[in-house]
Write a protein that binds this ligand. Sequence first.
Ligand code: PLP
Length: 417
Amino acid sequence: MLLSEFGTKFTREAGINSLMEDLGNALAGGDMIMMGGGNPGNIPEVQAAFQEQLARISADADEFRKLTGIYDPPQGEKQFIAALAELLSREYGWPIKPENIALTNGSQSAFFILFNMFAGRYPDGGHKRIMLPMTPEYIGYADAGLSEDFFVSSKPTIEMLDEHTFKYHVDFDHLNIDENVGAMCVSRPTNPTGNVLTDNEMARLIAMAKEHDVPLIVDGAYGLPFPDLVYVDAKPVWDEHLILCLSLSKLGLPAVRTGIVIAQPEIIKAVASVNAIVNLAPGSFGAMLTKDFVRSGEILRLSREVVKPCYQAKAEKAVATLHRELDGLPFALHKAEGAMFLWLWLRDFPLSSHELYQRLKQKGVLVVSGHYFFPGLQEEWGHTHECLRITYSQDEELVEKGLKIMAEEIRRLYADK
Ligand code: PLP
């Protein structure tokens, strides 16, 4: 089959494809403990709230027809958008109107649209890239460019908080934005590390975006204002240079595929235009299911009082388990500030993180090798092969069992060194 450049690029072995396939095959293959993906856990109170809402919609013929029988405009479901604009201005004083919001089929597709809108070839013949100011960063960005040479990224600085805990920071001293940067992008909290960029780092990034007149895309899939998987003090931020991308997925609705883009009206129009060409319209399901929660502000309460504490408790338990099980070894964990991942750094480990991943898979434990999470990093850095991402969103007993198996293997391999 002869394929176009697009066809070739999007069908070749991409990091995310091979990773998803590998995880999928391993899971299908038997009794695996899944600590590899980004699937949210099941929170009964949240599920019950959505189930009730679905029952109410299903019982109302007009609402049901809206849910399933009508195309929304390419910008997305109007009542949800109006309710969200109202919530954000009421709650945070942000000057957000409906023309500042568009919906997409999952935030993943929002990144595809936005990245390709701001990076790639420009009409004047120039070529721009997406800058990731700090790696490790989300693997899902890595293959989203329509052209090659799409990302440029930077190493972080590492602050040791104690012998076994560290935190990454943006290395502003080495962050260069030139005319070849079309936009910057950060996930906050960060997948894979659970890092939350500080308010000060956000202010400095926004100042850089302003100075160079490029948008700063903030990926809030795990963040603020919802689902609020943030366990440290951090303010939700808005600025006219920001493009804030939110998602309903980590609230517990990954299958409804609802992403939310909040930006200047001209960007929203452009996103809606791509939506129309690629999808006709974004799906209505997530918007219909949650619009009453957005209207009442219940989405913020659920996030703050139910979803966040649930993941925070899981994080604390997983951290305690690893500290206990790895005691005496030269390990360090990134401070668990948010999201649903632990990021384990194994210093002077005899195997690469990918080799360790393979060993753990044989033992029935699935994690993700850290080397995937450095898209756009051009320099060699040994650290990229010393880390693992561990998802703790699933059943706590299983996670505990998985962590113990993992720690035992790590201890054995250190001892054999
Ligand atoms: N951003 C981050 C950091 C993620 O981890 C994910 C999914 O795991 C996404 C975006 C995309 O999520 P969705 O397309 O379900 O909104």
